[in-house]
Design a protein around this ligand. Structure first.
Ligand code: NAP
Length: 249
């Protein structure tokens, strides 16, 4: 086993599938203990918990709705109790509720902003306590290329993902002196259930816009997270790293 993240504990939100699951699997291979959250997928979470434990690390899933402010502190406290500390936080959980502004409802706006952005505030606020105590920490927020360049029909999602970038840069400045780093990742078009909802023609249109001429994999994003979580990036904070096959250039 590679020991790059040995004796570290990472909390990943929304890891029952997709990018979060990919990060959990890669980090476990590098010796990291994994706490993760999910909202509905109990069976997938139990399956992942078991699969991660096969790497000889401690792993536990927590059913916790990241859009609810009060649940953030609860889950962070549970993780610290169960694992003895928290070194890495990956705010990954996210949803889309797409629609043109003309038809977008207040409920669609609130659900996306609460799940994608308010959660980042709540989880980071709670996680800073054990990190301040340890005088060490890495926080990674999963934004999106849509947060950087916008996208018609996704104004709620774009606003949430752009907000994450501003939040990330501010927290990097607030917590840098305490040896806590905070960076964002802006994935491009990554093959997961989220993008699987698009039809073949739309998927092809996206791929044509990508200089590397393919969609990204969850592992492409997970490897960027590994870099930002570990001491390989010890002098990097407040940055937004695009993992988008060159789409944002
Ligand atoms: P996904 O396949 O739809 O998975 C979303 C995960 O988030 C699931 O584990 C889901 O849990 C969890 N989740 C959703 N709402 C939650 C809530 N309220 N509380 C806790 N967990 C919740 O999504 P993905 O494609 O892996 O995307 C992961 C992140 O990357 C998101 O922030 C997304 O915006 C971002 N991103 C994705 C792409 C892409 O192309 N896929 C591109 C740019 C950015 P359940 O299974 O229990 O519902």
């Amino acid at each position: 086993m590679n020991t790059l993240l040995a004796h570290q504990t990472c909390l990943i939100t929304g890891a029952s599938r997709g990018i979060g699951k990919g990060i959990a699997e890669l980090f476990a291979k590098y010796g990291c203990n994994i706490a993760f959250t999910y909202r509905h997928s109990v069976d997938s979470a139990l399956e992942l918990e078991h699969a991660l434990q096969q790497f000889g690390i401690k792993a536990k899933g927590y059913q916790s709705d990241c859009s609810r402010f009060e649940e953030a502190e609860n889950v962070v406290n549970q993780v610290v109790n169960d694992f003895g500390g928290l070194n890495i936080l990956i705010n990954n959980a996210g949803i889309t509720k797409d629609g043109l502004l003309l038809r977008m409802t207040e409920a669609q706006w609130d659900e996306v902003l609460n799940t994608n952005l308010k959660s980042v505030f709540a989880l980071t606020k709670a996680a800073q306590k054990p990190m301040l105590k340890a005088k060490h920490g890495s926080i990674i927020n999963i934004s999106s290329f849509v947060g950087v360049r916008g996208n018609a029909g996704q104004s709620n999602y774009a606003a949430s993902k752009a907000g994450i970038i501003g939040f990330t840069k501010s927290i990097a400045q607030e917590l840098g002196s305490r040896n806590i780093r905070c960076n964002a990742i802006a994935p491009g078009f990554i093959a997961t259930e989220m993008t699987g909802a698009l039809n073949a023609e739309m998927t092809q249109q996206w791929i044509e816009q990508i200089p590397l001429k393919r969609s990204g994999t969850v592992n492409d994003v997970a490897q960027a997270c590994l870099f930002l979580a570990s001491d390989l990036s010890s002098y990097i904070t407040g940055q937004c790293l695009s993992v988008c096959g060159g789409m944002l250039t």
